[in-house]
Write a protein that binds this ligand. Sequence first.
Ligand code: COA
Length: 435
Amino acid sequence: MNNKNRELYNKLCVSAEEAISNIKNGDTVILDMGCCEPRGIERAIVNNYENFHGVEFYQMIVCGETPFANEKFKGHFKYNSLFASSSNRKAIALGYADYTPCFFYEMPEVIRDIIKPRVSICSVCPPDENGYVSLGANVDYIASTIDYCEIKIAQVNKHVPRTLGGAIKHISEFTHLVEIDEELPEVPSIPLTDIEMAIGKNCASLINDGDCIQLGIGGIPNAICAELGHKKDLGLHSEMVGDGVIELIESGVINNSQKNIDKGKTVVSFCFGTKMLFDFIDSNPLFEVNPIEIVNHPLTVSKIDNFVSVNSCVQVDLMGQVVSDSVGYTQISGVGGQVDFVRGAALSKGGRSIIAMPSSAKGGTISKIVAVIDEGAAITTSRNDVDYIVTEYGIARLKGLSLKERAKALIGIAHPNFRDALAEAYEKRFNQKPF
Ligand code: COA
């Protein structure tokens, strides 16, 4: 770094304790998420919890435990999740944490105009010669939030990759920098099951050479990646990616050559993987990590021809209503970018959206295709938005189908053990047998 930037850097660098002393009682704080969660600074806050009263934290997906969503911090911290995960589902269900539903592309605006945090805390990589840092694997809602928070704190961590695109900030944009090097939390790919492989095959059959894809969260995306090896000239424009895409990019299957925007570049908003992925995206000029309000905006997606979005869900009823983020009353995840991409894909010339899921849950004891969704569950993708539903038993394209046609198509891809019961429900509802 040149002298001027070095001087500034030294001035901004403080201990975690000094940085967090800026948080006042009653403050609202927005935290970076996922693999770039600023864990070092979070630890300092938790260790000093008795100094804080009524401080509310907002954060999206976390990889490990959510430190603040704990009954013991009652009165000190409130935790508000923008995407529940296994680490805070229980806390939300028991009421000592809360969940805020919000389309991902709208999140930066909702945070700025309604939630109005005064403090932001994120992770960045060490500065370059010119004093520029990168937000690394996560740009999502945090990049624009930093622009307007009064207090902007960053954990400078040498393990954060230097990603390009909207991730770059100058050190002068921060109030305090805290040097804490620690490995980033990793999200390893789980070995694929036969069911996931079959789903991957069915989804891959709907993806043509030259299409641009988005892959959602959960077990299905890697199964799809495993089936795309023989495709050509794919594009990748996705809210998130995991390790599964590395091979496809390295082998040239994904080359982004047909994209109408960002030609030649993979564009995402956050990365959810292991060190292999962090190393791959580090200073990679063909890989951009950009703000969520741009990446996920249905109008951005609409500009890319032949866009195929692939997401997963918990339940689909016979009308094609898709439940993806709750199991009954239990909030298990969030809407994330599912609807952003379903709608964007619908607006794209030649675009289509896929909701892919195993036909059953809990070891085959529960059908995910149901006559009526569970009490308390929230509809994520409406029956008006839904397009393809895929299970290991096949593909049902619901768009343009009537209620009866939809129900029949869905019974046809349900697990065979549940088809009779679904057929009975059809008969009860429509006063006729389905087949
Ligand atoms: N009834 C009861 N429980 C069910 C169920 C059903 N119909 N379907 C799933 N579950 C349970 C699973 O058993 C599992 O429980 P466990 O954690 O106690 O084992 C839990 O719900 C999660 O299901 P699983 O199949 O393991 O999830 P996944 O990791 O494959 O993710 C979604 C699937 C739907 C949760 C995930 O894709 C999601 O959150 N989607 C919504 C957001 C989205 O699509 N965003 C786009 C990009 S971020």
